[in-house]
Design a protein around this ligand. Structure first.
Ligand SMILES: Nc1ncnc2c1ncn2[C@@H]1O[C@H](COP(=O)(O)OP(=O)(O)OP(=O)(O)O)[C@@H](O)[C@H]1O
Length: 240
């Protein structure tokens, strides 16, 4: 299942410093939206609020009509660093996603099949017993992706998941994310400062800009981006 995410009149201050101002954003169930912006535009802060890890100074976030006042079941976040359990195998790390969802307890066989299918999808079936430290950075990020998608989350939040990876690995992982997200039918919100990430994964790009960050552009990108728009967006992303 996928759920809509609605942000209404959201502003946020750290101390006396306003970092986000008047954010209104409606993401439909199953939509794939990129939150783009230069460094410091407030993208990660906004993601933390969607994930229920921080509370906005003003305004609300609802997911499936339910106000977010803490982490909600069915909402999964994946970060720049994979944050795998170092002492647990690849398989155990992916299983963790299903332990939280309860499937491991309810139907152990179904959980095992799901983990096997995910390991095959990320090309790591033969590394199921390896420890994370025995994998490359890209492989570790794939394991984190499989763990995030194992319970078929209603909403998947990706905060710069590709930024620590080289270009080749990045392209391959983008393809994995798209395939697994489509398979899970999840609503996807991606934070990035790279337009290419948005084009590879999303049908819509929302650009945060300024200090405090506000929504500067809201673009349909499913059918590509014309040259003038691309130049404008890239210039804004490059602005510090
Ligand atoms: N916990 C915090 N306390 C105080 N200020 C913070 C805190 N977290 C972020 N900030 C500030 O809020 C602003 C927005 O930060 P945020 O990390 O949300 O931006 P971002 O767009 O995700 O940036 P980047 O692309 O560099 O990660 C920045 O100026 C940052 O310094």
């Amino acid at each position: 299942m996928s759920l809509p995410v609605t942000i209404t009149g959201l502003s946020h201050r750290y101390g006396r410093r306003v970092v986000l101002d008047g954010i209104d954003l409606a993401v439909a169930a199953g939509e794939r939206v990129a939150l783009l912006g230069a460094s410091g535009a407030g993208k990660s802060t906004l993601m933390q609020m969607i994930a229920g890890l921080a509370k906005p100074t003003e305004g609300t976030v609802t997911i499936g009509g339910r106000p977010v006042d803490g982490p909600l079941p069915g909402v999964t976040m994946m970060l720049q660093r994979p944050a795998l359990l170092p002492w647990a195998s690849v398989r155990q790390n992916v299983e963790l996603g299903l332990r939280f969802s309860g499937l491991m307890r309810r139907d152990h066989d179904a959980a095992r099949l799901r983990v096997n299918a995910l390991l095959a999808q990320i090309g790591l079936s033969d590394r199921a017993d390896a420890l994370p430290t025995e994998l490359s950075g890209g492989q570790q990020q794939r394991v984190a992706l499989a763990r995030a998608l194992a319970p078929r989350p209603d909403v998947l939040l990706l905060d710069e998941p590709f930024s620590a990876l080289d270009m080749g690995t990045r392209a391959a992982l983008r393809a994995d994310v798209l395939r697994l997200a489509l398979d899970a039918g999840t609503t996807l919100i991606l934070v990035s400062h790279d337009l290419a990430d948005a084009e590879a994964l999303c049908t819509r790009a929302v650009l945060l800009s300024g200090h405090p960050g506000r929504v500067a552009e809201d673009l349909a990108i499913a059918n590509g981006i014309d040259a003038a728009t691309r130049d404008r967006v890239v210039a804004r992303l490059d602005a510090a």
